[in-house]
Design a protein around this ligand. Structure first.
Ligand code: GCB
Length: 593
């Protein structure tokens, strides 16, 4: 799905700002049929949970309503008019005046509706959006809602981060011509010093005399190639590659031309680069690449998961300053602005789905249960997998053209030891490879599935290993952690011969807490633990990357193990450095980029 852009043939209005806002309980039936009766306003983009001094909003489980008036620009007569939501977490329904125009399940991918038949250029309409934050056994991520004796709903889920809800990304109104470009798929190859940009342009039905043209210019605007037809390729002599840390983007413009006149035009930034796994190496442009960076969250005070360009720019600059070159979009697809920026900044991204928490064994382990089954008709069966497949389709459709995205991570910490894991994952692996044959795939493994008990790792290209030796295991015993981590990594290396990314490792640290004996929760222990992992990583040849968990402290599910959130950030939630930052910076800036 194309990101809305302003071009010579398309116009764009960003509908961000303050919208009327109400919980479902505060408004009557069919609230979209009139002005929402509320004095509350909520900003878009932002999660709503932390905005008000009201526990009912913070802990709300169910639907909330957003509403505003929108005027269609006068000049849009004769154009198609669309409303587009970059996300509605986790389920959205959209009304234009009294008409329902769209609904969508999945909290981190966009959707849109053609509303041309309901609106007129120059006139206003009432735009109402219902957003449901409930997670169920059949949603991605999964969860379940319990209702207590007083009728209060409680959302349970199997992931660590807080279940923020609302309109956390932008909402748009845009115009596009009737005969238009619907989608573009780009694949790049390199032959010697020539770059090849293969493209496939999908359009609405084009009348006689209309045709597709694709032009490519370099970053200075100089034309470097052109091709005609909906499918084709453009060859770029003396190509400048998109490189980690040294992004170079060509400007591709796809056009629909009728009788010599451009009737639609859509621009796309294209980075020419290749990605490949060979033996136990991860190659970008044929060269071994080493991932240095973080697992992150879209998370900040007050806004929750609301996209914020200031945090985006600041976070990427902090990473660059530390010598980091990459991050994983743990544990859901991030806002498109993030990937556009990564493309321009040369940051490498492992793009993860929202499939986090497909694991009943973790909680069962705490409770001492051993007979729990995660995958199967009783728990996560076909309906969950269908939702997971649909989410993968939407993720890849959205992100397939980003040069920064070098790998898909199709789940975080699923129960890979469960008997049903292979049946669950094999079709999803096949689907991912079908949708994108060019990128390696991975899943983030957790400690319950070891090299000899994991049932799915062989289907993936890269082993992403999340480990907490020295924290959840071997607590306060870094000597034991060092031995156990090394033994396990060598086990993965022997069993699979694939590249390994240490995709999570870390320790909670309360900023300002120092102990001479490196006690857990101190900044000193966090640093010492990371350094323990570094020693092991440097000894195991198959390790091709290290992503520290986590970049910054973040809000978490309210449980007794969390004190106002997860404190494994090496930055605080407001991005102040803990001591570990300096140790990481010293290490990463002394390694090759
Ligand atoms: C994990 C999860 C991550 C958690 C982290 C932790 O394994 O993948 O979402 O936040 O552990 O801190 O416990």
């Amino acid at each position: 799905m194309l990101t809305p852009r302003s071009t010579a043939t398309r116009e764009l209005v960003r509908l961000d700002g303050l919208w009327r806002f109400a919980l479902e309980s505060a408004v009557g039936e069919e609230p979209w049929t009139s002005a929402l009766s509320t004095t509350r306003e909520a900003p878009v983009p932002s999660s709503y949970n932390d905005l008000f001094v009201d526990a009912d909003v913070h802990d709300h489980v169910g639907v909330v309503w957003y509403q505003r008036m929108v005027r269609v620009p006068r000049g849009w007569a004769g154009e198609r008019v669309f409303v587009r939501l970059d996300s509605a977490t986790h389920e959205g329904v959209v009304y234009v005046d009294d008409e329902r125009v769209a609904s969508h399940v999945g909290g981190y991918t966009p959707f849109e509706a053609d509303i041309t038949h309901l609106v007129s250029a120059g006139q206003e309409f009432r735009l109402t959006i219902g957003v449901d934050n409930r997670l169920t056994r059949h949603s991605i991520p999964p969860g379940n809602v319990e209702t207590d004796g007083r009728g209060h709903r409680r959302q349970r889920y199997m992931h660590d981060f807080f279940n923020y809800g609302g309109l956390a990304r932008s909402v748009w109104l845009y115009s596009a011509p009737v005969e238009r470009i619907d989608d573009i798929t780009i694949v790049t190859e390199v032959e010697g010093s020539t770059g090849i940009v293969r493209y496939d342009v999908a359009t609405t039905a084009l009348g006689d005399g209309a045709a597709v043209r694709v032009r490519v210019a370099d970053a200075d605007g100089r034309p470097v190639g052109e091709s005609r037809g909906a499918t084709g390729s453009v060859r770029i002599d003396d190509v400048r590659l998109w490189q980690p840390g040294a992004a170079y983007l060509y400007d591709l413009v796809a056009e629909v031309i009728r009788d010599g006149e451009v009737v639609d035009s859509y621009p796309l930034a294209v980075g020419v680069r290749t990605v490949e796994v060979r033996g136990n190496r991860f190659l970008i442009n044929g060269e071994p690449f080493y991932f240095k960076g973080f697992g992150k969250h879209e998370d900040s005070p007050v806004r929750g998961k609301g996209h914020d360009d200031a945090y985006l720019v600041h976070d990427v600059d902090l990473m660059r300053w530390m010598g980091a070159n990459s991050f994983r979009t743990s544990h859901y697809p991030y806002a498109e602005e993030v990937l556009d920026y990564a493309d321009r900044q040369g940051i490498v991204v492992i793009d993860e789905t929202a499939a986090v928490g497909l694991n009943l064994a973790i909680a069962a382990g705490y409770l001492g249960q051993t007979d729990i089954r995660t995958f199967g008709p009783e728990s996560f069966g076909d309906p969950t997998r269908d939702a997971h497949a649909q989410h993968l389709r939407e993720l890849i459709a959205r992100d397939k053209n980003h040069p920064s995205v070098v790998m898909w991570s199709i789940a975080n910490e699923p129960d890979a030891r469960d008997q049903g894991a292979r049946d669950y994952f094999a079709p999803l692996v096949a689907l991912t490879r079908h949708l994108d044959p060019t990128r390696p795939i991975t899943y983030a493994n957790m400690i319950l599935a070891r090299p000899d008990t994991d049932r799915i790792a062989d289907m993936f290209d890269v082993l992403s290993i999340n480990r907490y030796y020295g924290w959840y295991q071997d607590t306060n015993d870094l000597a034991a952690a060092e031995v156990n981590l090394e033994e396990e990594l060598r086990g993965w290396e022997r069993a699979f011969g694939k590249p390994i990314v240490m995709s999570e490792f870390g320790a909670d640290a309360v900023v300002g807490l120092h102990t001479v004996l490196d006690q857990p929760w101190s900044e000193d222990y966090q640093t010492a633990l990371l350094q323990t992992y570094h020693r092991v990583i440097d000894r195991v040849d198959a390790v091709v990357g290290e992503h520290v968990w986590a970049f910054a402290d973040f809000q978490a599910m309210p449980i007794t193990q969390r004190v106002d959130g997860n404190k494994k950030g090496v930055f605080t939630r407001d991005r102040r450095p803990k001591g570990a930052v300096h140790a990481l910076r010293a290490r990463w800036t002394s390694m090759p980029a």
